[in-house]
Design a binder for this molecule. Sequence first.
Ligand code: MG
Length: 161
Amino acid sequence: MIRVGLGIDIHPWAAGRPLILGGVEIPSERGLLGHSDADVLTHAVAEALLGALGLGDLGQNFPDTDPRYRGIRSLILLREVLGLVRARGGRVQNVDSTLIAQAPRLSEWLDPMKKALAQALEVPVDRVSVKAKSPEGMGVLGREEGMAALAVVGVEVGGDG
Ligand code: MG
């Protein structure tokens, strides 16, 4: 059977931080604030994977009170989540995701993000979708207070599920 997972994440902007999205560093004068590298897209994908198997959220699995996770590359967290999924017999089928950001322009970075996420998840790149959506100036995201990401994943689990 296929189990579907949903992940949502949001981080505030912060000056003087790198902007890492889907494991890719995007040229930017500011980045996102967070305990790890604040990779909002990778966090959404990881939470979707955890959600597909009912394994809680990222904070429960990788507490931000644990110094081991300070500044950690989120692709490494995603690899750990993949290990949890596989340990339960799960096989990642596909990922669909959307970044919601007023700025910067992300269109040229979507393919590199897909490749990095696909590599981390050990699936062909055509199983991973990354899109970007402008909030059209509305709300906290439109006022550029932060960036959000949504992800859904399909995970196949063994025969009698
Ligand atoms: Mg996060």
